[in-house]
Every structure is written in structure tokens, then in C-alpha cells.
Design a binder for this molecule. Sequence first.
Ligand SMILES: NC(=O)c1ccc[n+]([C@@H]2O[C@H](COP(=O)([O-])OP(=O)(O)OC[C@H]3O[C@@H](n4cnc5c(N)ncnc54)[C@H](OP(=O)(O)O)[C@@H]3O)[C@@H](O)[C@H]2O)c1
Length: 209
Amino acid sequence: MSKVCVRSFGISLDGYGAGADQDLQHPLGVNGPELMEWFFHTRVWRRMHGHPDGEAGIDNGIAEDGFAGVGAWILGRNMFGPVRGPWLDESWKGWWGDEPPYHTPVFVLTHYARSPLKMAGGTEFHFVTDGIHAALEQARDAAAGRNIRIGGGVFTIRQYLQAGLVDDAHLAVRPVVLAGYECVKSVAGERAYHVFLERRPRDAALSSE
Ligand SMILES: NC(=O)c1ccc[n+]([C@@H]2O[C@H](COP(=O)([O-])OP(=O)(O)OC[C@H]3O[C@@H](n4cnc5c(N)ncnc54)[C@H](OP(=O)(O)O)[C@@H]3O)[C@@H](O)[C@H]2O)c1
């Protein structure tokens, strides 16, 4: 049966799913890539970006599973791009180049209508302006019995969780802290994951000024 799922959502120990101040140079926000460092080394990510190598361990296996059986994706507009407000033109086609990694219909939540956008490799972006339920309905039709993956970003996943519409989720918890501290050591114990934090040098210097 078709499920609504979240997969491979990177999250810091202090609960961030993206860095602040997203712009063209920082698609994941400032320091946001630290959340996805586990993914960047995997074979699945490297192949998506045209490299023949990459690690084939646990992270890779779980990331690969996250793409299996997905028949449609739902994204928020900030995950699609850094453009805010009305579309000035239709030149922005996503962060991913001519062939995005989705290969299915993708429903982008936005307040600003736009024509569907067909990309190479089977990805077609549809811009949905009437909310999360409408996007899910369209995604269900398009997925034709396969799963619907809520790709992100943070605001979008939160809305689907709060509405009780997510059947299952996988979070990739990274031992990093985006709010001013860095993780200097982490150890998996029998019943706890032990994390040792130190103030980032820059923040320590600022507070002693
Ligand atoms: N940690 C991870 O694994 C992960 C995964 C995916 C993405 N990300 C990161 O998350 C960040 C983006 O997250 P975000 O929370 O800023 O934004 P987001 O969820 O991607 O998009 C939010 C925007 O989508 C539109 N939108 C969302 N819900 C809507 C609704 N119900 N009706 C109409 N429009 C709606 C609105 O845009 P408009 O009003 O402008 O139309 C809203 O400002 C990016 O940095 C991305 O790289 C992280």
C-alpha cells in the first residue's frame, strides 16, 4: 500500500534541519551541509553527481533504500530554490541541473502559481498553491500505489507531521550542533548516545570581548 514517508532527513543534535540564511551559495543554509555530510560520501550521492566512486556502507544502504518504491515527491518551495515572492520569470529550474534526482512527478508547495516544468530523466515539477492536502492528493494519484516521499524542507515536513499524515520517517541524526557549539566526541553507549560539546572558537571569542 502507498505510504507517505520521510527519508534521509538530516538533523542536528539541537534539532536543526537546515542552516540559516539560505541563498544561492548556501542551498542548505549556512553550516547546513554539516547535516548532510553522512550522505555526501555515499555511493548513491556520488553517482547522482556523476562520480563512479563512493562509500557502500550502512549510510549508503539506508540512503539507497530511501529512493526505492517512491512514485512521487512533495517539496517546499525553499527546497526547490532560493527565489522568494512572485516568480519574476521561469528561469529558475531547481538546484539540480537538467536532470534532477527524482525521476517522478514532484509537487512543490508554494503560494505563487507557475506552469509545470518537465526535466530530463522523468522529473516533472508541479507547483501546488492550495495547500498540503491538495498536494498529497495529487501526489497519491501520480504515485499510482507507490510511496510518496516528503522531501523537505523543514517547514514542509513539519506541516505533514503536525497534520498526522506521515506514515513513517527516517531521520539521520548527525553529531553536530548548529547553534554555536561543536561536537568534539560522540560515543554510542549501551543505553545512551554520549555527546561532548565545546563552544565554537568564534563564539567563545565573541563572548569574551
Ligand atoms: N535536513 C535535510 O535532510 C533537508 C532536506 C530537505 C531540505 N532541507 C533544507 O531545508 C531548507 C528549506 O526548508 P524551509 O523550512 O526553509 O522551507 P520549505 O519547507 O522547503 O519551503 C517553505 C516554503 O514553501 C511554500 N509552502 C510551504 N508550505 C506551503 C503551503 N501549505 N501552502 C503554500 N505554500 C507553502 C512557502 O513558499 P512561498 O510562500 O514562497 O511560495 C514556504 O515559505 C533548505 O535549506 C533545504 O536545503 C534539508
